[in-house]
Design a protein around this ligand. Structure first.
Ligand SMILES: [Zn+2]
Ligand SMILES: [Zn+2]
Length: 357
């Protein structure tokens, strides 16, 4: 059995070739939720939020598309459903809505603009006196145009290809794992980055990443990282400052021909806003992605989903136990991304060894 953390893998041309043969075709990566091209202007636009209630424009649009499709498929429902939202004059004339209609319930949650018109004072809304966490007291038919600048959206969301230049420090193959926290607006945000050399097992990067945005929390239960720890590492200048710096650090070791190994690594790469084409994913290698992990038809990929915790026996923890006889993620201090990166690498190596038999 492989010894966790220190076992080197023999670097021979056969192993490298076999690893290379496991690299997923781009179409397969896309299916599994990897971002394979830069986001278009329209996709970036959809990241913007209504200036009044904060809902994502893309979410509203997907909901409207879904409803329009349902309307086309079931014309008999057309009268029961509320009118197309684009047609706000018609809705203002007071079409009846069915209180029991699920579509209506969902429509009301996203397609109408729900908000508190007041301010927060002493943890209560001045408009209605409710606690600040209470549901909005006011709603209107249409959302407002976002106030976010293109530049801000671009900086936070645009993806970047691996740089083409080759460096002598680039490795043949690496394994990656990241930990994510939750940003002020509920989005996932990179907070720790681990990169190891696939063959030597050497730790290339293992660092906290100080987020670019305000954080709601650090998912401490999963990530094992506390706000206090993060602030301390910043004071001591021990963390990487921000996502761009983290990606730049990865590019010290990863060139366009480097093979990147990870478990459901679409989340890790997305948290770095990184597009790479030579990926070997131990989750995809272990079976087909489940339906809910695939991008929804017609909608952008859900970059946020943390699907490392597959409940279907395909979690890194379950696979490491089953295939490597290794117990990982055992402590109560959350995940250790170093332990996870090593497990993904060793799963792939075990797979290669089994192919050789
Ligand atoms: Zn709104
Ligand atoms: Zn209110």
């Amino acid at each position: 059995m492989l010894n966790a953390g220190i076992a080197a893998i023999m670097l021979d041309s056969g192993t490298l070739q076999q690893l290379g043969s496991l690299v997923h075709p781009t179409e397969e990566l896309k299916e599994a939720g990897y971002v394979v091209t830069k986001l278009t202007q329209d996709e970036l636009e959809q990241k913007k939020r209504c200036a009044t209630c904060g809902v994502r424009i893309g979410k509203v649009r997907r909901m409207r598309d879904r409803q329009n499709r349902a309307r086309q498929q079931q014309p008999q429902l057309a009268n029961a459903l509320p009118p197309r939202s684009e047609d706000s004059s018609a809705s203002a004339s007071g079409n009846a809505t069915h209180p029991n209609d699920d579509n209506n319930a969902r429509r009301n949650s996203v397609m109408r603009c729900h908000f508190h018109p007041g301010r927060v004072q002493l943890k209560a809304w001045t408009c209605c006196g409710k606690h600040l966490a209470e549901a909005p007291c006011t709603s209107k038919e249409d959302h407002d145009p976002p106030e976010e600048q293109d530049r801000t959206i671009q900086q936070r969301w645009q993806f970047h290809h691996t740089t083409l230049a080759t460096r002598s420090s680039h490795r043949l193959a690496v394994a990656i794992d990241c930990e994510m926290g939750t940003a002020f607006d509920g989005d996932s945000e990179l907070i720790r980055l681990t990169l190891i050399d696939y063959f030597s097992g050497e730790t290339l990067i293992d660092s906290l990443v100080y987020p670019d945005v305000e954080m709601q929390h650090f998912n401490t239960r999963w990530s094992g990282i506390t706000r206090r720890e993060m602030e301390k590492s910043r004071r001591q200048r021990q963390c990487i400052m921000g996502r761009n710096a983290a990606r730049a650090r990865v590019f010290r070791y990863v060139g366009s021909s480097t093979i990147v190994v990870g478990h459901s690594a679409q989340n890790d790469l997305s948290s770095l806003r990184w597009i790479h084409h030579r990926i070997v994913d131990s989750y995809m290698e272990g079976g087909q992605p489940k339906e809910e992990d695939k991008p929804k038809e017609g909608g952008p990929v859900n970059h946020q989903k943390r699907s490392k915790h597959h409940p279907d026996g395909m979690s890194l923890k379950a696979l490491a136990m089953r295939r490597l006889g290794r117990a990982i993620q055992m402590g109560n201090k959350g995940h250790d991304s170093l332990e996870d990166a090593l497990a993904a690498r060793d799963l792939i190596h075990a797979h290669i060894a089994s192919l050789a038999q």
